[in-house]
Write a protein that binds this ligand. Structure first.
Ligand SMILES: Nc1ncnc2c1ncn2[C@@H]1O[C@H](COP(=O)(O)OP(=O)(O)O)[C@@H](O)[C@H]1O
Ligand SMILES: CC(=O)OP(=O)(O)O
Ligand SMILES: [Mg+2]
Length: 391
């Protein structure tokens, strides 16, 4: 317990920057710049009163991660200039081979994180920029890096490897898995609120601009749809998800594309955006009358359904499915289509509970509980940062 510690948490995602300033365990200021790269939306609120302070940020701040980060730091000091920030906790998407747990940031850690930028080009540059900016803004504060990959590092070997020559595994070409801070938070929520489910077999679908799924057995990750990079698994806002590596060879050899062009295609032009030709944003696609938007949603839903079946098999059964992330928490449409006709698996969704996004959206007869749990990566980062600081 450290009631007097003031902690700033920065979570730089692919389409958003979310942050919370905590006094002890209580949020004081909470905000996010979302829709970066599409239609930026800015929210800032006093976490105690719920009062909106959106005027502190302007539309120009939402044009890219760099502007948004500067504006976020300026808004924090303008609004809470009276507070001394003791610690800053950062979400860092890729911890690679070296980082199996959160760490205190020093110069050598920053170099290691920069070396991982090619493995997470949509995130890691912003994560490192966040660390550098926070070091400058709060030179006396303790800084911690908390990894998306760490929660998955105990995967059984079969879920940690690719069928490549063994030397590549040894040098770190592994299935790391991502969104680990979100899954760890969901596991802690289950332990608090649904201890019977926590002890069981749970599939968590973190569906945001980045999307992945995780198989939890007794609260531990045993499988993830994401792999070496955050490209694998489900299709995402602009990322392909699972792809036959032969396609990459075709692009390289037959079409003569460069590595940079292929990277741009797979990370920035594919997924919901590539399939629909309209937008990477699920809200926009859901409201669109276009047949292509509908097809992009169909593919997204299809891949999630496929992974639920695969993960239920890996887990040897299923006790609960949890929806989280921007789409998982807010899209009744996606949840209802993912859960439709899954009675054979024991999943029965309740239409009315789903429409109002209750915490439990399954029918009372459903053998598998279906839950909606708002994720809180910031709270998980706060807890890790505090533990490191106290250690
Ligand atoms: N009410 C809603 N209905 C459908 N989709 C929504 C809704 N609110 C947010 N989303 C979707 O959530 C996604 C962003 O998720 P989020 O988890 O905030 O992103 P990030 O991965 O950048 O953290 C976007 O596709 C957005 O359209
Ligand atoms: C790992 C990942 O895809 O993160 P995000 O959801 O923030 O894009
Ligand atoms: Mg996210």
């Amino acid at each position: 317990m450290s009631p007097n510690i003031t902690t700033l948490v920065l979570n730089c995602g692919s389409s958003s920057i979310k942050f919370t300033l905590y006094e002890g365990a209580n949020g004081r200021l909470h905000g996010q710049v979302s829709g970066l790269g599409t239609s930026p939306r800015i929210e800032l609120k006093d976490a105690r009163s719920g009062k909106k302070l959106d005027d502190a940020l302007s539309a120009a701040d939402g044009q890219d991660h760099r502007h948004a980060l500067q504006a976020v730091l300026a808004a924090i000091s303008a609004t809470c200039g009276d507070l001394k920030v003791d610690a800053v906790g950062h979400r860092v998407v890729h911890g690679g081979h070296p980082f199996v747990a959160p760490v205190a940031v020093d110069d050598s850690v920053i170099l290691d994180l920069e070396a991982l930028i090619p493995l997470a080009p949509l995130h890691q540059p912003h994560n490192v920029a966040g660390i550098l900016a926070a070091r400058q803004a709060f030179p006396d504060a303790f800084q911690a890096a908390c990894f998306d990959t760490a929660f998955h590092r105990d995967h059984p070997w079969v879920n940690d490897t690719f069928a490549l020559p063994r030397e590549l595994y040894e040098e770190g070409v592994r299935r790391y898995g991502f969104h680990g801070l979100s899954y760890e938070y969901i596991a802690s929520h289950l332990a608090d609120q649904h201890p019977d489910l926590f002890r069981g077999r749970v599939v968590v679908a973190h569906l945001g601009n980045g999307a992945s799924m995780c198989a939890l057995q007794a609260g531990r990750s045993i499988d993830s749809t994401m792999g070496f990079t955050a490209l694998d698994g489900l299709p995402m806002g602009t990322r392909t998800g699972q792809l036959d590596p032969g396609v990459v060879l075709y692009l390289l050899t037959t079409k003569g594309m460069t590595g940079a062009e292929i990277s741009d295609l797979l990370y920035k032009k594919s997924g919901l955006l590539g399939l629909s030709g309209i937008s990477s944003d699920m809200r926009t696609l859901s409201e669109s009358p276009s047949a292509e938007a509908r097809k992009a949603i169909d593919y997204f839903v299809f891949r999630i359904r496929r992974e639920i079946g695969a993960m239920a098999s890996v887990l040897g059964g299923l006790d609960a499915v949890v929806f989280t992330g921007g789409i998982g928490e807010h899209s009744a449409l996606v949840r209802s289509e993912v859960c439709a006709n899954q009675d054979w698996l024991g999943m029965e969704i309740d239409t009315a509970l789903n429409a109002s996004a209750e915490a439990v959206i399954s029918k009372h007869t459903s053998r598998v509980k279906i839950l909606v749990v708002p994720t809180n990566e910031e709270e998980m980062i706060r807890r890790h940062t505090l533990s490191l600081l106290q250690a």
